[in-house]
Write a protein that binds this ligand. Structure first.
Ligand code: PGA
Length: 254
């Protein structure tokens, strides 16, 4: 595997001061991360300060969401163009918490991904089935629908990149370990659809597929030892500098 991608999603879990303390601790360990690509996604109020703290460390800056227009009368929204201008390299889109709690539709997800691809920023498109969908045998159908609706009709230029994070909704925050073979199956379903939508070289060279859902220092190696898994999206375990560093160290060993 090329350098694993490890994205920390801090959600709305840290106060401003807590976020700065964590960024400081993580940036001190950054010299150990050089065989990986580490991305921190703080909340919007912390993003500029965290950007300054990780400057020149090799750690990248990410955001947890954005709006689907560059600029305009959209009170309370955040422009992906402005995020790019302050150094944001990755933007998480369609996280299951936004789809479920903020009722973000598949059309909104599509519009956000489409706009981000026109900028010098990489969308991290989250997809995944709920527990009920899985019980009903709909997992593959849901994954195909989410990927198709988000990406159909989009055009990739040579420099465009996209990350797809497969996150079974029922694994997020559960503290449970996933079955690596089940992850591989879902990644295959996703990859197959991508081959149907885009030229092979785009899928092979410009799209990474990662896994998220209760990733921790213990289970990360099992996931990353699957060939199809190019990295991880980490929530709770990214809130502690020691745990997060252990995840990065384990990922690099894979
Ligand atoms: P978790 O969150 O690691 O706490 O399960 C992952 C996510 O929501 O992206």
């Amino acid at each position: 595997m090329k350098n694993p991608l490890i994205i920390a999603n801090w959600k709305m879990k840290l106060s401003h001061q807590e976020a700065l303390d964590l960024a400081k601790k993580i940036s001190k360990s950054a010299y150990r991360y050089k065989d990986s690509e580490v991305v921190l996604c703080p909340s919007f109020i912390d993003i500029i300060d965290v950007s300054g703290m990780i400057k020149d460390t090799g750690i990248s800056l990410g955001a947890q969401d954005c709006f689907w227009e560059e600029r305009g009368a959209f009170t309370g929204e955040i422009s992906p163009l402005f995020l790019q201008q302050i150094g944001v390299k990755y933007i998480i889109i369609g996280h299951s918490e936004r789809r479920a709690i903020s009722e973000e539709s598949e059309e909104m997800v599509h519009k956000k991904v489409r706009l981000i691809l026109t900028l010098d920023t990489t969308p991290v498109l989250c997809v995944g089935e709920t527990f009920e969908e899985r019980q009903e045998g709909l997992k593959d159908v849901v994954l195909r629908r989410q990927i198709y609706s988000a990406l159909n009709g989009l055009w990739f230029n040579k420099s465009d990149r996209i990350v797809i994070a497969y996150e079974p909704v029922w694994m997020i925050g559960s503290g449970q370990d996933a079955d690596p073979e089940e992850i591989t199956h879902s990644h295959k379903v996703i990859r197959q659809l991508l081959y149907d939508l885009f030229p092979d070289q785009v899928v092979d060279n410009q799209i990474k597929i990662i896994y998220g859902g209760s990733v921790d220092p213990e289970n990360v190696s099992r996931y990353l030892s699957q060939n199809s898994v190019n990295g991880v999206l980490v929530g709770a375990s990214s809130l502690d500098a020691v745990q997060f560093s252990s995840i990065v160290a384990a990922a690099i060993k894979c």
